[in-house]
Design a protein around this ligand. Structure first.
Ligand code: NAD
Ligand code: UD1
Length: 338
């Protein structure tokens, strides 16, 4: 089986490629390297015993993408490529809609022209919006999103569902990720954000190595056990293994499938700080700040459907997530080499 992985050199894509190759799947990576370093490709290579091909190509480059499909025998696609910074999307909406939505349209057109109708898409818990009560299940109403990034995810979900209605020989899997953190056990692959991290775990690890003075905790007056926001953190390797199961599912027959990929457990910001301090032995100073616009109090999954239908569940706990994040950050204080 040969899987084309768009955005395969990024954080989740690179971990997924390792698990796919370990499972005997042939991988072809397409990435324009706009949000990752090329050295991540070498790190993937060093962890697997099999070579693979990668192409530097933008998914909006129809000709380039088409020539890759003509050259490689692609059975299915895992589509990670996209821009993902929520705050940036607010002041660059056109760039986000072009890259994420238009990029997906070009990809789907090229797939169809080449007779490839199987795709796994990286969606997000953000599509559940502000009004659903956790634990979130796949049948809840989606779409109450609060920013352009989230809207691109919701729009792409709609596009893929309309596509399936128009032609039910497609096999489409929408994976709604909760909060991926952690890194590969080797300490050689992990999350390498540009600039000041927006997300909690990369911010904590940068405080731990001394790049940032303290963590800003965005609000302690939520209706949660300690007042700070509660999220469903999932180890990136568990998430990667969910993609291996999803690819097997779409290979087995046509259909439209939607799964949450989370652990089903919620941890507050301060729970994560404590778990990280325990795992790393490093104290994380923090200050309580105001709420961050667009945040909700609590968001965690019901991951039962993925277990029932894919036989997948997350195995790695918060302690392991923190240990692995710390190993990656402490061994690579400046992330991937240029
Ligand atoms: P990432 O930025 O590390 O990976 C995305 C990759 O796509 C990068 O390597 C980037 O260079 C590439 N890319 C972007 N636009 C491209 C284009 N037009 N053509 C070719 N390559 C392009 O992000 P990630 O955390 O690995 O996320 C992967 C996917 O999962 C994204 O679609 C993201 O929106 C989604 N997602 C991520 C999270 C999270 O917390 N990390 C949560 C929910 C959903
Ligand atoms: C955010 C995005 C979501 C996206 C996800 C992964 C928003 C509103 N949501 O989710 O769309 O899919 O990232 O990219 O931006 N926190 C702090 N201090 C920090 C950073 C975070 O206290 O410096 C808190 C947040 O308030 C939140 C929790 O930590 O309660 C997790 O935040 P984060 O890692 O940014 O993820 P989400 O907000 O869940």
């Amino acid at each position: 089986m040969s899987v084309l992985v768009t955005g395969g050199a990024g954080y989740i894509g690179s971990h997924t490629c390792v698990e796919l190759i370990n499972a005997g799947v042939d991988v072809v990576i397409v990435d324009n390297f706009c949000n990752c370093k090329k050295s991540s490709i070498n790190r993937i290579r060093a962890l697997v015993n099999k070579d693979f091909t990668y192409y530097e190509c933008d998914i909006r480059d129809k000709k380039g993408l088409d020539s890759i499909f003509k050259k490689e025998k692609i059975d299915s696609v895992i589509h990670f490529a996209g821009l993902k910074a929520v705050d940036e999307s607010v002041y660059k909406p056109l760039e986000y809609f072009d890259n994420n939505v238009n990029g997906t349209l070009v990809l789907l057109d090229v797939m169809r022209n080449n007779g490839c109708k199987k795709i796994v898409f990286s969606s997000s818990a953000t599509v559940y919006g502000m009004n659903n009560i956790s634990p979130l299940t796949e049948d809840m109403q989606v779409g109450g999103v609060t920013n352009p990034y989230g809207r691109t995810k919701f729009m792409i979900e709609c596009i893929l569902q309309d596509l399936y209605v128009s032609d039910n020989s497609w096999s489409i899997c929408l994976l709604r990720y909760f909060n991926p953190i952690g890194a590969h056990k080797s300490g050689t692959m992990g999350e390498d954000p540009n600039g000041i991290p927006n997300n909690l775990m990369p911010y904590i690890t940068q405080v731990a190595i001394g790049k940032r003075e303290y963590l800003n905790v965005w609000g302690d007056d939520y209706d949660t056990p300690d007042g700070t926001g509660v999220r469903d953190y999932i180890h990136v390797v568990d998430l990667a293994l969910g993609h291996v199961k999803a690819v097997q599912k779409i290979e087995a027959g046509s259909g439209l499938y939607i799964y949450n990929l989370g652990t089903g457990k919620g941890y507050s910001v301060l729970d994560v700080v404590k778990a990280f301090e325990k795992a790393s032995g490093v104290k994380i100073p923090y200050k309580i700040g105001p709420r961050r616009a667009g945040d909700i109090a609590t968001c965690y999954s019901d991951p039962g459907k993925a277990y029932r239908e894919l036989g997948w569940k997350a195995e790695r706990d918060i302690e392991e997530m923190c240990e692995d994040s710390w190993r990656w950050q402490s061994q690579n204080p400046n992330g991937y080499p240029d």
